[in-house]
Structures are given as structure tokens and as C-alpha cells.
Design a protein around this ligand. Structure first.
Ligand SMILES: Cc1cc2nc3c(=O)[nH]c(=O)nc-3n(C[C@H](O)[C@H](O)[C@H](O)COP(=O)(O)O)c2cc1C
Ligand SMILES: O=C(O)C(=O)c1ccccc1
Length: 364
């Protein structure tokens, strides 16, 4: 690594920014539109103070948890992000090694730049597979079958991307995926447009317009359920209405997310949308959150509101860029160590003690 110690996720961010090419860095860091939602994901966490309790025995704090049958060292995981080879030559294989070493969950993107098989071969922790709904249902079905056969334990259908958001950084840079980095789990011909650079436009926006199916509705979920016995989670839910529909449609879980501020600009901060989703779900399935989680106290706030776990997107790419598998392990390790610290300093040594009283004074 650089020499200077990387002590918090912001240190990894700064180091990654120095290492990556400017257009790749913009692709990773950017949001859509005015980047209001991107900024809101962070500022919303900053607005929530924690209410610590003292004179509680906090000699040992227990972060271990179970999510849909998977044992995790901490309620923290890797959010699905496309093309990890943009950040490190080993791509998702390094990420899976790092996440496994940290004992944490990894959600692999359908746009991974390493094969589902190579990723599964090195993974020592649980893997879930994220899906975009492709117009080519035959290819979608094939990826699902492959993931299931390889031991991926759940499917995470991303619902916030009927098309890709207006990402002005990528348009200005004429961003396209370098030709040697491809979504190897999908058809080469289908992915060809991701490599087509044109100034003033984003190749990924154009690609998604052609290949993602924007006609998807709730009625289509039955088709996906019919393909597989795997649990299906929905990622990108932000309202009580959609959360209720998700439960009615029998989903195994929900990821509250605004896609890291990259889709609808002006969507609520993830942490602000979490309470209404949890309220509507009423314990029927686990609810996870991603978007702007950068510290252990951020994670603690989401858990206090009732999230079962948090996922991190960009920080994992920072870790990859800084040090491959060990960088990913270190990013996840720092976050877990900060969470453990925050549990001790707030007098909540067990996850079951992490409740709404951390944020709001109990009545009476
Ligand atoms: C570079 C990048 C690529 C992403 N690719 C995907 C993807 O392929 N599928 C998906 O569901 N979400 C994708 N996301 C969204 C992440 O899963 C996640 O929602 C978001 O990054 C969380 O916010 P954070 O980066 O603030 O932690 C991507 C995000 C970034 C930054
Ligand atoms: O960049 C993203 O956020 C993302 O999800 C995506 C969408 C389409 C193609 C590649 C990545």
C-alpha cells in the first residue's frame, strides 16, 4: 500500500482516487443529476445522533449474525457493483477472497467481470447473485441456473434500474468499459455496446437502454420464482407501498437502496427511507440497507432502526484498488472494528441491544 496507514474508509477513498484513471474514478464516485441523493446518503447519517448508555458490561461485543441461513462475522456485506476489474486486475475473485477472509457476505453483480464459477471457487463466505432484468430472458435464466448450480444462495433483483440514471460525469467523459474488461457471465454480443465510447454520452446508459427490460412489473416476478428454488430479494425499494407489495409477492428480503445516488436523483437518503419500509414489512422478511455507509456508527444507526445488515458499494472498490483481496478484507475489517467499538461505547454489546432507543428517547 501507499505507506500512510489506512485507518478509516475515507483513507482508502483518498488512496484509491490517486490510483485509478480519472474516468474510472468518476464512474465509481459519481451519482446522477445534481448528485443530491448521493450527498443526501451521507448528510442523512450525519444528522442522526446516537444515545449512548453507560455502566453496561461491554468487555465483549458480539457482532455475529445469521442472514437467510448464512452465518456472518458481522452484519456487513459487499453490495453488488459491476466490473470489479476496473479497480483491480483480479476483479471479483479478489473481492470474494477478501469478503470470505472477513467472514462477510458478498453480493455478486450480474455484470461481474470474472466468471461466477471462478468467484465461487475462491469464496469462503456466502455469495448472493444480483440480477438486472434483461430483455433477453433466455440469458437471464441461464445466469440464474448457473448461479444456483454453483452454490449462490440467494438472488437479488435490482428494481431501481429500468434504465441507467443521468450520470453527467460519465457523459462528459464519454465513459465506456475498456475492451479487455467484460461482463463475462453474459453474451459478448449483448455486451458489445458497453465498450463503445462516444463523447457526450455514457456507454453504460446506452447499453442499458438496449438491453435492460423497462416493461418489468410485479406480475413478472412469478416467472423468476418459477426458474429457481433460491430465495429472491428485491434491491432498490424506497417506499412503504412497494415494501408491502414485495411482501405480498413473497420476497425473502428487501434491500433499501437508492443505488448509491446513481439512479433517481432526489430520491430519499437510504437511511431516511428505512423506517417506512421496516414499518410496512412488519418483520415479514429481513430488510437490509445500502447507500452512504462509511463508518461503524453509520452501520449502528441502520441496525438501530431495524436493518438486519448493511451493504457497502464504493468502499469495497476502494479497498480493491488499494490492495486487491487484502484491501477488501481491510475495508470490511475496519468497518466491523468500528461497529464493535461503537457498540461498546454506546453500551450495546449484543446486536439485540441495538434498538430504536439508540436514536430516540423511549416514551414514558
Ligand atoms: C461503480 C458502481 C457500480 C454499481 N453496479 C451495480 C450493479 O451492477 N448492480 C446493482 O444492483 N447495483 C450496483 N451499484 C449500486 C450498489 O449496489 C449500491 O447500491 C451502492 O453502491 C451503495 O452505495 P455506496 O456506494 O454509497 O455504499 C453500483 C454502484 C457503483 C458505485
Ligand atoms: O453503474 C451502475 O450503478 C450500474 O448499476 C450499472 C448499470 C448498467 C451497466 C453497468 C453498471
Amino acid at each position: 500500500m501507499d505507506g500512510a496507514p489506512l485507518l478509516c474508509l475515507a483513507d482508502f477513498e483518498a488512496a484509491a482516487g490517486r490510483r485509478l484513471p480519472p474516468d474510472v474514478w468518476d464512474y465509481i464516485r459519481g451519482g446522477s443529476g445534481e448528485e443530491l441523493t448521493l450527498a443526501g446518503n451521507r448528510s442523512a447519517f450525519a444528522r442522526l445522533p446516537l444515545r449512548p448508555r453507560f455502566l453496561v458490561d461491554v468487555e465483549t461485543c458480539d457482532l455475529t449474525t445469521n442472514l437467510l441461513g448464512a452465518s456472518l462475522s458481522a452484519p456487513i456485506g459487499v453490495a453488488p457493483t459491476a466490473f470489479h476489474r476496473l479497480a483491480h486486475p483480479d476483479g471479483e475473485v479478489a473481492t470474494a477472497r477478501g469478503a470470505g477472509d472477513a467472514g462477510q457476505l458478498m453480493v455478486v453483480s450480474i455484470l461481474a467481470s470474472r466468471s461466477l464459477k471462478d468467484i465461487a471457487a475462491v469464496a469462503s463466505g456466502p455469495l448472493w447473485l444480483q440480477l438486472y432484468w434483461l430483455r433477453r430472458r433466455d440469458l437471464l435464466a441461464e445466469v440464474v441456473r448457473q448461479g444456483e448450480a454453483l452454490g449462490y444462495r440467494a438472488l437479488v433483483l435490482t428494481v431501481d434500474t429500468p434504465r441507467v440514471g443521468r450520470r453527467l460525469r460519465d457523459r462528459r467523459n464519454g465513459f465506456a468499459v475498456p475492451p479487455d474488461i467484460t461482463a463475462v457471465n453474459l453474451d459478448d454480443a449483448m455486451m458489445a455496446t458497453t465498450h463503445d465510447a462516444h463523447t457526450g454520452t455514457s456507454a453504460l446508459e446506452r447499453h442499458a437502454r438496449e438491453q435492460f427490460d423497462p416493461t418489468l412489473t410485479w406480475a413478472d416476478l412469478a416467472w423468476l420464482r418459477g426458474l429457481t428454488g433460491l430465495p429472491v430479494l428485491l434491491k432498490g425499494v424506497l417506499t412503504a407501498e412497494d415494501a408491502r407489495l414485495a411482501v405480498e409477492h413473497g420476497v425473502a428480503g428487501i434491500v433499501v437502496s437508492n443505488h448509491g445516488g446513481r439512479q433517481l436523483d432526489a430520491a430519499p437518503a437510504a437511511i431516511d427511507a428505512l423506517p417506512e419500509v421496516l414499518d410496512a414489512v412488519a418483520g415479514h422478511c429481513p430488510v437490509l440497507l445500502d447507500g452512504g455507509v462509511r463508518t461503524g456508527t453509520d452501520a449502528l444507526k441502520a441496525l438501530a432502526l431495524g436493518a438486519s445488515a448493511v451493504l457497502v458499494g464504493r468502499p469495497v472498490l476502494w479497498g480493491l484498488a488499494c490492495g486487491g483481496a487484502s484491501g477488501v478484507r481491510d475495508v470490511l475489517g475496519v468497518l466491523a472494528a468500528e461497529l464493535e467499538d461503537a457498540m461498546a461505547l454506546s453500551g450495546r454489546p449484543r446486536l439485540r441491544d441495538v434498538d430504536a432507543t439508540l436514536l430516540t428517547r423511549p416514551s414514558g
